[in-house]
Ligand binder design. Structure first.
Ligand code: ATP
Length: 456
C-alpha cells in the first residue's frame, strides 16, 4: 500500500467544520440566529463527551481507594459564593469601546481585535475610544422564589468545587474517610465570559470535572506534585502527544491570593499553548472560609484528638477543553493511494463509535442478514454502527471522519466461509477473521494500550 501523505495543518476552522459536518457539535439556538459561544452536542459529540467523563471518573474514583463521588446542586446558598470569594473577586477587568461598542478583557487586549476596519488591537485604531477598566463579575445571577422582587439573589455555579467544600463534613462522617482523601464531581458550570471564543475552548456553559483532595498540611506539597504527574499521565494515556503537552507553573504574581502553588497542564492548541487543566494547592483557604461564614467547623479530628484543617489539592478540567485537544491531536488529512481522506485518530476508548459493521453490497439479503446479526451482538456491549448505504469507500471515509477505529465488512467470502474483513482506521491494514470471533477480537483490541501513529 502507498505511504500516506500528510496534507495540511490542523486549524480550529477545520475542527469546527468537521464537528458540524458530522454532527458532533452545532452552534446553539441556530434557527434563532445563534447565541454566541454556546453549543449543542449532536450524537457523536454526546458519545465522545460521555467517554471522556467516564474515563476521568474511572481514573479518579473507581480505581482508587481514597476518592469518593459527589453530585451537588447547581444553585447553592448565596452565602457560599460570599465565603468562596466569588462575589467579591471572581471578576475580569473589562473595557468598552465608545466607538465600536465592543467589550474587551483589559488583560487580553493583545489577543482582541477592534470592531472597525482595518481591525487592530483595541485602542490602537484612529477612532478607538476605550473606557477605563471596570471589574466585571463572571457569575450568572438568577432569582430563587416565585416573585422576582422578593426572591433571593442566587448564582449559577461557576465551578463545582464549592459544592464539595460545603459537603466536607458529610463525607468525612458518612463515608468514614480521613485525610488524605478526595471528593470528585463533574457537572455543568457557568461563567459569563467577556470574550468567549475559539470554539469550545472558552464557552459560557461547560462541564467541569473537579476533584478536591484533602491532605494533612505537611503533605500538601508532595500531593500537589503527585496530582500534576497523575493528570499528565492521564492525558498521555488517552492519546495526546507528549510534544503537545507541557506543565507551566504559575509565578507568584499570577496565583490566586490563597494558592501556594498552581500549575497548568497546557496543550498546544491551534491558538498556541493554552491551559487544558489547572492543578492548584489551595491551602486551607476554602474550609477556613466556609467555617467562618457558616459557623460549622470544617476540620479533621483524629482518634487521638489531633485536629487540623486539611489543605486541598485540586485538579480541575473541563470536558470541552479535553475534547478540543483530543480532536486537534487526532485530526489528519492525508492522501492514500491518490485519494484524500480526513481521519480522526482518536484513542479507541474515546472514539464515539467503536466499530462499523458494513455489508459490502447493501442490497444483498444474505450479507445484510449476517451483518445485522453481528451488529445486534456487538451493540450489547458497545456503540457500534450498521451502515449499508452507498459505495463501500464512502462508508469507510465517513467512519474515518468520526474516528471509528475498526470496520467489519461482510462480503461474498463471508457467505462461503463465515469470515469477515477487519479494517483498521489508522494503518488501513485489513485482515480476515471468523465472524464468530469478532466480539472477542473487538474486546481485545479495545483493551490494548493505544498510541497515536503520529509519534510523540
Ligand atoms: P482561564 O484563565 O482560561 O479563563 P481559569 O484559570 O479561569 O481559565 P479555572 O478556574 O482554573 O480556569 O478553571 C479550571 C478549568 O476549567 C480550566 O483548566 C479549563 O479546563 C476549564 N475552563 C475554565 N473556563 C472555561 C471556559 N470558559 N470554557 C471551557 N472550559 C473552561
Amino acid at each position: 500500500m502507498a505511504e500516506p501523505q500528510d496534507i495540511g495543518a490542523v486549524t480550529m476552522d477545520k475542527i469546527v467544520s468537521l464537528c458540524r459536518r458530522r454532527g458532533f457539535v452545532f452552534p446553539s439556538s441556530e434557527i434563532y440566529g445563534g447565541l454566541g459561544s454556546t453549543f449543542d452536542y449532536g450524537h457523536y459529540g454526546v458519545l465522545a463527551k460521555n467517554n471522556i467523563r467516564e474515563r476521568w471518573f474511572q481514573a479518579m474514583v473507581q480505581q482508587r481507594d481514597d476518592v469518593v463521588a459527589l453530585d451537588s446542586a447547581i444553585i447553592l446558598h448565596p452565602r457560599v459564593w460570599e465565603a468562596s470569594g466569588h462575589v467579591e473577586g471572581f471578576t475580569d477587568p473589562l473595557v468598552d469601546c465608545r466607538t465600536c461598542k465592543l467589550r474587551f478583557r483589559a488583560d487580553r487586549l493583545e489577543d482582541a481585535q477592534c470592531g472597525r476596519k482595518p481591525s487592530k488591537q483595541p485602542g490602537q485604531g484612529p477612532d478607538c475610544d476605550l473606557t477605563d477598566a471596570r471589574k466585571f463579575n463572571l457569575m450568572f445571577e438568577t432569582t430563587v422564589g416565585p416573585v422576582q422582587e422578593e426572591g433571593a439573589r442566587a448564582f449559577l455555579r461557576p465551578e463545582t468545587a464549592q459544592g464539595i467544600f460545603i459537603n466536607f463534613k458529610n463525607v468525612l462522617q458518612l463515608a468514614r474517610r480521613k485525610p488524605p482523601f478526595g471528593i470528585a464531581q463533574t457537572g455543568k458550570s457557568f461563567r459569563n465570559e467577556i470574550t468567549p471564543g475559539n470554539f469550545l475552548f472558552r464557552v459560557r456553559e461547560f462541564e467541569l470535572m473537579e476533584m478536591e483532595f484533602f491532605v494533612p498540611p505537611a503533605e500538601a506539597e508532595e500531593w500537589y506534585r503527585y496530582w500534576i504527574d497523575e493528570r499528565m499521565s492521564w492525558h498521555l494515556a488517552h492519546g495526546l502527544r507528549k510534544s503537545h503537552l507541557r506543565v507551566r507553573e504559575h509565578g507568584a504574581e499570577e496565583r490566586s491570593h490563597y494558592s501556594s502553588g498552581t500549575s497548568d497542564i497546557e496543550y498546544l492548541y491551534p491558538i498556541g499553548w493554552s491551559e487544558l487543566e489547572g492543578i492548584a494547592n489551595r491551602g486551607d483557604y476554602d474550609l477556613t472560609r466556609h467555617t467562618e461564614f457558616s459557623t460549622t467547623k470544617l476540620e479533621y479530628v483524629g482518634q487521638e484528638g489531633e485536629r487540623y484543617t486539611p489543605y486541598v489539592i485540586e485538579p480541575a478540567v473541563s470536558i470541552e477543553r479535553i475534547l478540543v485537544a483530543m480532536l486537534v491531536d487526532a485530526y489528519d488529512e492525508e492522501v492514500v493511494a491518490e485519494r484524500e481522506r480526513t481521519v480522526l485518530r482518536l484513542h479507541p476508548v474515546i472514539a464515539p463509535v467503536k466499530a462499523a459493521i458494513l455489508p459490502l453490497i447493501g442490497k444483498d439479503e444474505a450479507m445484510v442478514g449476517k451483518a445485522r446479526a453481528l451488529f445486534e451482538e456487538l451493540r450489547r456491549r458497545h456503540f457500534v454502527e450498521y451502515d449499508d448505504g452507498g459505495a463501500i469507500g464512502r462508508r469507510y471515509r465517513r467512519q474515518d471522519e468520526i474516528g471509528t477505529p475498526f470496520a467489519f465488512t461482510i462480503d461474498e467470502v463471508t457467505l462461503e466461509d463465515d469470515t469477515i474483513t477487519v479494517r483498521a482506521r489508522d494503518s488501513l491494514a485489513q485482515q480476515r477473521l471468523p465472524i464468530g470471533g469478532a466480539g472477542a477480537w473487538l474486546e481485545d483490541a479495545l483493551a490494548k494500550p493505544w498510541k497515536t501513529p503520529k509519534g510523540d
